[in-house]
Design a protein around this ligand. Sequence first.
Ligand code: F6P
Length: 381
Amino acid sequence: MSRRLKKKSPEKKKEDQRIVRERVRRIALLTSGGDAPGLNGVIRAAVKTAILQYGMSVFGVREGFEGLLMDGGIFPLDMASVRGLLPRGGTILGTRNTGEYHAFFERGTAKRRKELLWNGVRALNEYGIDALIAIGGEGSLYVASEFQKYGFPVVGVPKTIDNDLAATDYTFGFDTAVTIATEALDRLTTTAESHDRVMILEVMGRGAGWIALAAGIAGGADIILIPEIPFSIGKIVEHIRLRESTGARFHIIVVAEGARPKGRKAELTYTTPKGKKRLGGIAAWLAGELGGRIENEIRYTVLGHLQRGGSPTAFDRILATRFGAYAVHLAARREFGRMVSLRTPEITSVPIEEAIRTYHRVHKTEGMIRTARSIGLTFGD
Ligand code: F6P
């Protein structure tokens, strides 16, 4: 039976021709900044969606923006490249959170910035790339937005274990970090109990204390110290005494690396063997301060990069998969300059520039803070 085709209006025909002409055929992916469990899940979902749903060719950029701007490699990715990737931590593309491009985007001259951007655009053009999917945190997404301003089409995917971007309910990697920190607290609790000790666990969290707060509640900590609520040693000692008066003989403290005592402006840092300043040291400092004021023995543990390595949780695998697939849908629809975002239960998108302007800190009236206070936890304030 023959079916008569409906005649297209001239406008519709023009629109269809435009879509075919401007179709995104080749995309590149890069991961930039500190890694997070789930990065490989994003790469896997993006590659699969691009190939299976849109017939695109996909490329990977080695070592993030550092690689792209400083002449790093671009190589093809296919279905075989992403097989078995979902449970794997890290990123098969490699990443950098230090290097020349960082220095120049923070302090470089406008001329040098332009040179670096042009370097990157030229590398992408050599491979005929139509759009770049940049998976990174606030700093990397800022570089992504510069590419977009420069005229190169970009889609952003947020990444930070700190969960400190307001433009998305969650970032992948956060749930894994909280799970690892919770398990560490569970383990510290049994040994603290055996020895009647105070155990301090230092977790990541530069300007936002979400990991400490969530893990502190999940792991049954007694004291949670976060960057948003400056603490006083006196209040911590008071709380320990109060707990002792109810029969408690051991105490668990979780402290975010960016937490500070009242009156102290800068966070504690240490210098790496390569001379870089990094956050850390608050647990050791706290142990020293509490040492002379309470009778219990005190030990501290710095969880560090254990929070960023290894297999992502089921929640992070699902989120990473949804983000990766959606980023490719955005590219296919030519919705550039946008970042994927979770607005539970939907995945949506927001302008990258808007997303990097809104940092998500723990507010004093936050529901989890109120819950913690209701069950007798203190924030040392
Ligand atoms: O931003 C994520 C983060 O994990 C911070 O919480 C932490 O301070 C930092 O990265 C550590 O970075 P590096 O890998 O350079 O030590």
